[in-house]
Design a protein around this ligand. Structure first.
Ligand code: ATP
Length: 210
């Protein structure tokens, strides 16, 4: 059963596109959710984070203070590398297991598509484990505006986060399909619907049965 790797820069609209794909029938694995699961209270990953960054990155209830940790790693590339060393292998393994499980399902009657929504799809090498890479793109002014509204961040904080990522233009070079989310939600949904239909036609011989 085929797998789509969905990616794009911070606040580009990956979750928005994933929600639409779910409505169309896809199964979604959200890397942000997996990332939260691997560092939940009591996990070996959280212990390693505290050993590295100190107990001040914990909330009083023992869970990870993600905002505090975010502030540290987004301004310090070495700290970011240390955090990635702790979390990335675990996130990768969990997602890889989801892909493996999905690929082993071979049902002639049910056509199932797995979408992995992974912001660091290229950086983690998952682009090689999927059948197609889909990239959500957005113009930078819109991106800054939406992130400011959603996360109450200042424009310079947002730009710092953007600079820490692989440039959008680079991601677009490797995209099989591109969704431009700079416009109205309805416009984005129309693009997703069209790509989905094309994908189904190309990946399932009997495209009528999904
Ligand atoms: P992150 O990288 O932080 O996980 P994301 O790529 O998943 O973000 P979304 O959360 O889907 O991006 O979108 C970012 C914000 O922009 C959200 O608040 C969302 O509601 C809003 N948004 C997304 N698409 C549109 C759109 N077409 N029109 C208006 N607002 C939008």
């Amino acid at each position: 059963m085929p797998v789509i790797g969905l990616t794009g820069n911070i606040g580009s609209g990956k979750s928005t596109v994933a929600r639409r794909l779910k409505k169309l029938g896809a199964k979604i694995v959200d890397a942000d959710r997996v990332a939260r699961e691997v560092v939940r209270a009591g996990t070996p990953a959280l212990k390693e984070i505290v050993d590295n960054f100190g107990p001040e990155v914990l909330n009083t209830d023992g869970t990870l203070d993600r905002k505090k940790l975010g502030e540290i790693v987004f301004t310090d590339p070495r700290a970011r590398a240390s955090l990635n060393q702790i979390t990335h292998p675990r996130i990768k393994e969990a997602i890889f297991q989801e892909i493996k499980k999905h690929r082993s399902k071979e049902s002639p009657h049910r056509k199932e598509v797995l979408v992995i929504d992974v912001p660091l799809l290229f950086e983690t090498g998952f682009n090689h484990d999927v059948d197609e890479v889909w990239v959500v793109k957005i113009n930078e002014d819109k991106q800054v505006k939406r992130l400011a509204e959603r996360d109450a961040l200042m424009p310079d904080e947002i730009r710092k986060r953007l600079e820490a990522q692989m440039p959008q233009e680079e991601k677009l070079k490797y995209a099989r399909r591109v969704i431009d989310n700079s416009g109205e939600l309805r416009e984005t949904e129309k693009q997703v619907d069209r790509h989905w239909l094309d994908f189904i036609k190309e990946h399932f011989q009997d495209a009528g049965g999904i």
